[in-house]
Design a protein around this ligand. Structure first.
Ligand SMILES: Cc1cc2nc3c(=O)[nH]c(=O)nc-3n(C[C@H](O)[C@H](O)[C@H](O)COP(=O)(O)OP(=O)(O)OC[C@H]3O[C@@H](n4cnc5c(N)ncnc54)[C@H](O)[C@@H]3O)c2cc1C
Length: 471
């Protein structure tokens, strides 16, 4: 019995980890095309204790997927490396939005909901009441922008949801499916005609349903008691994939670095993978944790319909990530960071206030500027230099935060095709892909950021579910 995991990002590493825990333990090979595991998760600690993150920088606690990751963290003995941010911390509470040519605080207390802010022309709470009078539209799926505009009005769609979508997946709210972020709300509208009415009825009914009691591990209990909101690790987010890789090596998982898969073919209950050195590996099951478009190309020859579905599922966008460190404290507001409303047409998606989250030993300011995404080519052309992105990032920081200081250190990474876009129809295409795999009895499972959510927690959960399905 042998299993092959394709891709050594967090999805592939987690899949191999959960596979190694199944009984009887199969022989596991993990194929990774680059020289390291971890995929987009890459942390570069600086001398002052600040960590420059190229990709993810915080994990969420909330939801089943958040608890699942905490359990994994506990199993890997990483509990003592967690750097939590509690819910009362400014980085957990405060969000800024750049709109109307200025910085605005997002309302985050009851009183701010009923008083006017600089972001909206009415108190934010007033927009909620739009929902009671808004007409329901019978649709199977739609852009998240359209849904929010219909239910809460244009200002919420433009100044809140659009920048949020930039922050989560660097995407365009006019194209991203409502189900990506607001599935439950969409279902309430479709079921009850109004979110407020629907939520009331739904939660009243839920109260009567007896649910099995959730069992929390010690780390989850601690997180709950201490009100953790988000967290990272000593050494940065890469601590997690590094610990996973170490665990896999101890469990005799054969990690093949610098080994790219060139094609996957199926023959009855077997799959054969052709590698970059033209050698082949046969296995009774493949777990794919590479982007869907990459897998699409690998199966295209033998299964063109499946290849097309995978290629069209989630196109990825590129992001420029510029880490900056300033000697002095240049921040006037303590917050997680600032998101830019796309209608401002600025060449950046947002700025994360890293030193407000985790300050290390530094008294200065660490920031990360996220750039491009859906609008990458429009702003920077096909192949911008790192120097060009650095100059734009610094000038935008000066402009948005109203500072004059120059950074003392910086790091630029251009992450090509790094974030999948769950556009309208994502669910249907994914269903067709799963149906194709089932009806053709193909020995392959899918996990990773292209399918069931783009965050770290989603990716780890998708790996666990993929393994559970075959185990
Ligand atoms: C800029 C940025 C910021 C982010 N911030 C956050 C955050 O703060 N919090 C959060 O929860 N999430 C965040 N994310 C999302 C998170 O990083 C991803 O969900 C996660 O890293 C994806 O893991 P993956 O394994 O699915 O994919 P990947 O990391 O893309 O891994 C896929 C792996 O497959 C390998 N591969 C590709 N083709 C082949 C082939 N043919 N053969 C063999 N190997 C191959 C690649 O080299 C890669 O290592 C962020 C992402 C980005 C890009």
């Amino acid at each position: 019995m042998s299993k092959v995991v394709l891709g050594g990002g967090l999805g592939g590493l987690s899949a191999a980890y959960y596979l190694a825990k199944t009984a009887p333990k199969p022989a596991i090979t993990l194929l990774e095309s680059s020289a390291r595991t971890g995929g987009w998760v890459k942390s570069t600690p600086q001398q002052n204790g600040i960590v420059f993150e190229q990709g993810p920088r915080t994990l969420r606690i909330s939801g089943d997927a958040g608890l699942n990751t905490l359990q994994l963290v506990e199993d890997l003995n990483l509990g003592n490396k967690i750097l939590p941010i509690v819910s009362s911390h400014p980085a957990a509470k405060n969000r800024l939005i750049y709109a109307h040519g200025r910085l605005n605080s997002l309302p985050n207390t009851g009183i701010q909901f009923i008083t006017k802010s600089t972001l909206f022309s009415k108190p934010m709470g007033a927009y909620l009441f739009n929902d009671l009078f808004a007409k329901k539209k019978d649709v199977h799926d739609e852009p998240i922008y359209d849904f929010v505009e219909r239910r809460f009005g244009k200002e919420i769609a433009e100044n809140l949801i659009s920048p949020m979508i930039c922050g989560i997946c660097a995407g365009n709210a006019h194209e991203i499916s409502v189900k990506f972020l607001m599935r439950k709300m969409f279902e309430l509208e479709q079921g009850y005609g109004s979110l407020i009415v629907g939520a009331f009825k739904y939660f009243s009914a839920q109260r009567k349903v007896k649910k099995p009691k959730k069992v929390f591990g010690p780390l989850a209990v601690k997180a709950k008691q201490q009100k953790w909101s988000i967290y990272s690790f000593t050494g940065g987010c890469e601590t997690l994939p590094l610990a996973l890789s170490e665990n896999l090596l101890k469990n005799n998982v054969n990690i093949k670095l610098n080994t790219s898969c060139k094609s996957v073919t199926f023959d009855g209950k077997q799959a054969t993978l052709t590698l970059s050195d033209n050698k082949t590996i046969s296995t009774d099951h493949v777990i794919s944790a590479v982007p869907s478009a990459v897998l699409g190309a690998l199966v295209q020859n033998q299964h063109p319909d499946l290849g097309n579905l995978l290629t069209n599922l989630a196109k990825n966008v590129s992001v420029g990530v510029v880490n900056l460190h300033f000697k002095d404290n240049i921040l006037k507001d303590q917050a997680f960071g600032v998101l830019v409303a796309p209608k401002e047409n600025l060449p950046i998606l947002g700025i994360i206030f890293d030193s407000c989250c985790f300050s290390g030993k530094s008294s200065g300011t660490a920031l990360t500027v996220m750039m491009g995404g859906y609008w990458f080519e429009q702003h920077f052309g096909k192949n911008p230099t790192e120097q060009k992105l650095l100059e734009i990032a610094i000038s935008q920081v000066k402009h948005i935060l109203n500072v004059q200081s120059e950074p003392e250190t910086s790091k630029v990474n251009i992450l090509h095709q790094c974030l999948p876009q769950y556009i309208v129809g994502h669910d249907d295409t994914l269903q067709k892909i799963n149906d194709y795999i089932d009806t053709h009895n193909l020995p392959i499972s899918l996990c990773g950021a292209s399918y069931y959510g783009v965050g770290i927690n989603d990716v780890i959960m998708s790996a666990r579910n993929a393994v559970n399905k075959i185990a």
